[in-house]
Design a protein around this ligand. Structure first.
Ligand SMILES: Cc1cc2nc3c(=O)[nH]c(=O)nc-3n(C[C@H](O)[C@H](O)[C@H](O)COP(=O)(O)OP(=O)(O)OC[C@H]3O[C@@H](n4cnc5c(N)ncnc54)[C@H](O)[C@@H]3O)c2cc1C
Ligand code: FES
Ligand code: FES
Length: 482
């Protein structure tokens, strides 16, 4: 058992213990290590000023690559087993990195507060692409805000920066010896206490379920993109935190009988890459989820277990026959159970999980050739925003004359009730019919009569109702006219 989080920070080995380990990474970098280049501005994952690069040897294959994450909403303890690179680590000797040089030459910085975040996000992008076109650069920068220069000079810098061997952070920092030690240390469970909270990262699932049964009220900590925001807003960290980051089987995405099985540690970025062929519409939709920094850390399981009625992946999981796979302990042995999606949601933020249950996997259907699936999200701005209403619609059709006869219909919405919902009445109204404009209108009106959304800051109940009806109309028209 280790009592510390092991990190290689800009190539320097660090064992972080006790109170320091349960600080937010950004605060620790600035206040404890003195690396003040990383800025904390929003402390909510929204602005990217705190971006650092993280590489973690993960899963059974120990695959490893640097990716940008937000350091303001993750604890140091969660970084156990990682290489981390901050803005101080990208200059090589006296020579600025290609991104730093380009930002200077293109005048991409004024007040400079956001600059380290932009530089790190672009450095992460250049680790994957040798150079960037405008679309790729903008995608990598959706998680970064600059309030004073405007974005044009920053995009120009992104377009002119080229990766150089001497500055590649992978080449400079992924040293064999250090990575081997990180991998080897993954075999030891970690227990860190700070006087108030306990952070436990077991090396096996058996240890995890024992901890869960012995510590009522424990919380699994995924990437903490939800939990970390709550903590920064003043809610203390839960007393007993359970991190599953050392359990290699939970990093897997595998295909089983036309279903996709996703481990609890799989990030949304990894998921997007893995389901591009099996669930292309879901992969496309994940592009609209948060920012690269959030997706490089946040898990699919966290999005589900957070139990928000506007969790973006939930309508898709409802129409794709999603299930969660949970474990707990019974009579000293590991007990496994599956819960199907409609049964998972009991009420606002309330799931049908036993207090000591941990989700290990989520599974869902591969999208088949004869299914027409579309997923929509309406939010106040296109990128990096939470949904007001979201919808996933799936029709299985057969050709009939010149039309399409519906064999099966599944419709689901987020943001129109206390939980994400399927709409059985509207589904029944579509079943066995040939899709045409009249049917689309009728079903849209039925949707309006069936749902009873609430008014909140994101939209009134009337607005949400109209959005839901219009999303279905849009889907219907896209199915009819392409
Ligand atoms: C800037 C920003 C943008 C965001 N954008 C979006 C967005 O566009 N769409 C969207 O839907 N969400 C968004 N979110 C919310 C959040 O990123 C997602 O819900 C994310 O998927 C949560 O994953 P996580 O691993 O960080 O969960 P965590 O914060 O670690 O955990 C969330 C909850 O799940 C529980 N949990 C985690 N793993 C398990 C497990 N294995 N078993 C049981 N319980 C578990 C935790 O105890 C906690 O209650 C955003 C958040 C931020 C900060
Ligand atoms: S400080 Fe804004 S995302 Fe971290
Ligand atoms: S230079 Fe980005 S906010 Fe000022």
């Amino acid at each position: 058992m280790r009592e510390f989080s092991l990190i290689y920070l800009n190539g320097i080995r660090k064992e972080v213990r006790g109170i320091e380990a349960l600080l937010m990474l950004g605060d620790w970098l600035r206040k404890e290590v003195g690396l003040t280049g990383t800025k904390i501005v929003c402390a909510e994952g929204d602005c990217g000023a705190c971006t650092v690069l993280r590489a973690f040897p993960q899963g059974k294959s120990n695959s490893i690559q640097f990716e940008a994450i937000n350091s303001c909403i993750t604890t140091v303890a969660q970084m156990d087993g990682s290489h981390l690179v901050t803005v101080e680590g990208i200059q090589n000797g006296d020579e600025l990195s290609p991104v730093q040089k380009a930002m200077r030459e293109c005048h991409g910085s004024q007040c400079g507060y956001c600059t380290p975040g932009f530089v790190m996000a672009l450095t992460g992008a250049l680790e994957k692409h040798q150079s960037l076109d405008a679309k790729t650069a903008c995608n990598y920068l959706t998680g970064n805000l600059c309030r004073c220069t405007g974005y044009q000079p920053i995009i120009e810098a992104a377009l002119s920066a080229k990766q150089s061997e001497d500055h590649s952070v992978s080449k400079r920092y992924l040293k064999k010896e250090a990575t081997s030690e990180l991998i080897q240390k993954q075999r030891d469970s970690v227990l860190i206490k700070n006087g108030f909270s306990t952070f436990f990262a077991p090396a096996t699932l058996e240890e995890a379920v024992h901890f869960a049964s012995e510590n009522p009220g424990f919380k699994v900590i995924g990437a903490a993109t939800d939990l970390g925001v709550q903590t920064n807003k003043g809610k203390p960290l839960p007393k007993n935190l359970l991190s599953l980051h050392l359990i290699s089987e939970l990093y897997e995405v595998r295909k089983e009988n036309k279903r996709i099985m996703v481990g609890a540690r799989v990030t949304l970025s990894q998921l997007r890459r893995e389901v591009e062929k099996t669930n292309p519409e879901f992969a496309r939709f994940l592009n609209l989820f948060a920012s690269p920094q959030i997706k490089n850390a946040a898990t699919l399981v966290g999005n589900i277990a957070n139990a928000s009625p506007i969790g973006d992946t939930l309508p898709f999981l409802l129409v794709s026959r999603g299930k969660v796979h949970a474990v707990s302990i019974e009579d000293g042995a590991v007990k496994r159970r599956e819960i199907s999606f409609p049964d998972l949601f009991l009420g606002y933020k309330k799931l049908a999980l036993e207090p000591s249950e941990i989700i290990t996997h989520v599974s869902f259907d591969e999208t088949s050739q004869n299914q027409i699936l579309k997923i929509y999200k309406v939010s106040q701005r296109k990128d990096l925003d939470i949904s007001t209403v979201s919808g996933a619609f799936l029709l299985k059709t057969v050709s009939q004359g010149t039309g399409k006869k519906i064999e099966e219909a599944r419709l689901a919405f987020g943001g129109v009730a206390a939980t994400p919902v399927r709409l059985p009445e509207a589904e029944k109204a579509l079943q066995g019919k040939v899709l045409d404009s009249k049917l689309i209108q009728e079903v849209s009106e039925l949707i309006g009569k069936t749902i009873a959304p609430q008014t909140d800051l994101r939209g009134s109940k009337t607005y949400r109702k109209v959005l839901a009806m219009n999303l279905f109309k849009r889907y219907g028209r896209e199915v009819l006219h392409g």
